[in-house]
Design a protein around this ligand. Sequence first.
Ligand code: ATP
Ligand code: MG
Length: 589
Amino acid sequence: MSTEASVNFVQAAIEADLAAGRHGGRVATRFPPEPNGYLHIGHAKSIFLNCGLARRFGGTCNLRFDDTNPATEDVRFADAILRDLRWLGFEPDAVLHASDYYETLYLWAEKLVLEGKAYVDESSLEAIRAMRGSVTEPGTPAPGRSRPAEENLRLFRDMRAGKYADGAMVLRAKIDLAHANMKMRDPLLYRIRRAHHWRTGDAWCIYPMYDWAHGQSDAIEGITHSICTLEFENNRELYDWFLATLGADTLGVEVAPRQMEFARLDLTYTVMSKRKLLQLVEGGHVQGWDDPRMSTVAGMRRRGVTPSAIARFAEAVGVARAMSTVEVELLESCLREDLNEVAPRRMVVVDPLEVEILDWAQGAVTYVTADDFPMETAQPATRREVPFTGRVYIERDDFAVDPPKGFKRLVPGGLVRLRWAHVIRCEEVITDAEGRVVKLRARIVTDEDAARGAKGAIHWVSADLGVPVVIEEVGRLFSHPNPGAEEDFLAHLAPNSLVRRSGFAEPAVAQMPLGSHIQMERVAFAFRAPETASEGLVLTTTVALKDGFQKVAPARRVAAAPAVEDPKASAEAQANARAAVRAARRASD
Ligand code: ATP
Ligand code: MG
């Protein structure tokens, strides 16, 4: 799996620019997060695109913190962003900030003012909005628009010097109040805001707007392709206007950067805006930004998702110009494909029901050999020994007194194969006073012909030698396919989306290094979270083995895992069939 596989329209555009020698054969991109929250999977997609393209064309990709809103930004977010970016596998060529350019941006704004291309407007934001006009009506000029440039310059300098109150005035570009593109109707460049900035402290009381900061920062850094999401499509004209109006000499770049838009990633059963993620954290609806149910990069890491799985997903989603919501099932299937290759199989019983093996010699232990990977994976064929004793645990849901049609697992008097081990017959069902099944007694079926009657194979763990584990079952945080579209997205939080269960695992699980993955056979891919080391053995589920996992209520979830077809039984059946064919041939000779 690589990001090299397909050509998207952004890549095609870069190739065309390279072929035309547009930026002197250079490719320079940037990833520009605002440090007001943690990165989420949408950002990851943007990172794989920006950094991936730079890597592909031997170019550079900067991390640029778009830190122009001091009130909501924080150094702890910036630190988390850098850490997550590195975890995804990208080392930025430079770590920069829009705030590095505050002085330059200010001086360039003075230049526009002096040239009569920007002016100070004392109108309130509401008044500016009202005076902007509509699609059919041109905007109305504010008094400052016709003020002499020198006077605007004095006002702007006084704005910077802190002579006016917050909101008293703004700096606007003087473009066209009748422009068909509303973004071009004298947009704001600066506002007065007395807020402590995490980097510049109290040095500034005016802050640049996104549109003013972004393109100019791109130019300062020598960015060739400024890739952003579709909601900035209408801003492109303004982006180009600022660059063209300042001119190559001022900017110090021969060819201006080029803005290109792609559709932002949206996922079902997920919220993706940082504002909403912040609400989840601050409202205590999750354990933090790195809660394993969160769509943040930190949350996914905590859940055992690997960077390569995210890369695989980003590739599968592709880069489109049209908005669409991607099904979370696609992400889940990418996780499975990725983990399937690296996660050895282990047997873990999540909801144990004890089975006593009749006639088993007291204290006897035998070892069965089990494959770490099924035949079809490319892994070397590693195996481990699993102890079998006179008491085993099976999943409570792998036994049914009153089985539904097609149930292939254990029933009273019926047979089932214990994976890698014996076929057993259920001889006795022991219930408590309420009629709840508390234990089974079973006998090993030694007769091969009789054993062939087992239709399914189930996982198990020796009750004597298995190790206690806590299984942290991570479900979807929301029960609504599109919670973000609802008035109150918090009303659609799923109940019991994070459940802890006490189960038992085969002894090999105790040897799992922190952070490593297993496939809990028939249940889920799981991960030994580093953070949970102190609590003993905690397995966090990364993704269920099958689609539909979440559609079943947590308590019944294991029932959704079908018994695997007994491979021994079917191999034997095939061998028998072949023998029968040979016998028939001989008979007809
Ligand atoms: P949010 O609304 O989640 O806060 P944002 O766009 O305000 O998103 P930024 O920190 O400004 O977040 O984004 C940094 C970069 O990541 C931008 O280039 C932005 O376009 C991109 N990005 C953000 N969200 C997504 C998404 N869902 N899909 C793809 N790219 C995204
Ligand atoms: Mg933003």
